[in-house]
Design a protein around this ligand. Sequence first.
Ligand SMILES: Nc1ncnc2c1ncn2[C@@H]1O[C@H](COP(=O)(O)OP(=O)(O)OP(=O)(O)O)[C@@H](O)[C@H]1O
Length: 237
Amino acid sequence: MPSAEAALTCERLSVSYAGRSVLHDVTLSVPYGSALALVGPNGAGKSTLIKSVLGLVETRGAIRVLDRDPARARPEVAYVPQADTLDPSFPITAGEVVLMGRYRSIGWFRRPREGDRRIAAAALDQVGLSARSGDRFGTLSMGQRQRVLLARAIAAAPRLLLLDESFNGVDAASQDAIVETLLGLRAAGTTMVIATHDLPLARRACDLACLINCTVRALGAIDEVLEPGRLYHAMAS
Ligand SMILES: Nc1ncnc2c1ncn2[C@@H]1O[C@H](COP(=O)(O)OP(=O)(O)OP(=O)(O)O)[C@@H](O)[C@H]1O
């Protein structure tokens, strides 16, 4: 099985919920430093694959994350959820949300140090929202909230970054800020897996794509995989 060259490898990975198969024999690999767009229709199993990488669901087959089991790799993996899955009424500022990205290394019951605050501030700056640090998270636009969640993930300095539909409901300025940030992270060597329905944004941010619908329908260079004819055949078959 491939390993040292890849940040993520799945071999014949399968997941069932209550006996119903949602991922079947998924085999793929994501080299270190690449950004993979995970594309497929609703219910295709994209989020389930991300949960498998995070070690949150029971899997069959093999999965290696940063050359380890998912649970052991977890400290070096960061996850950006959809902003609308978070309660906007929670009384916390944007800066405090980003600082949460440091807790895995600080320890939940210790106070953040000056260095942690500096890293969190730099992450918020990276997504272009330094000026909003003291604003309550729930008062920001959906796109800005998504950027704050990306900054929280960056603050953890992950080797593998997972994004699940982070472009949904996001305004054009925030989309641009997110794509620029992702390109910067890629240039710095961070590996990424990005589940998205937004093909133009996937093309901007990623070098690889995987078409998935319960199993892998196509995998390779993004321009080839997302070529319209191929996209149609892969998803219709
Ligand atoms: N906890 C769960 N229990 C039972 N079924 C689930 C659970 N989570 C997801 N499913 C089902 O598994 C299938 C795959 O869901 P998943 O969320 O992984 O797909 P997705 O490709 O991310 O979809 P979307 O693009 O709509 O977010 C769907 O049919 C979904 O209803």
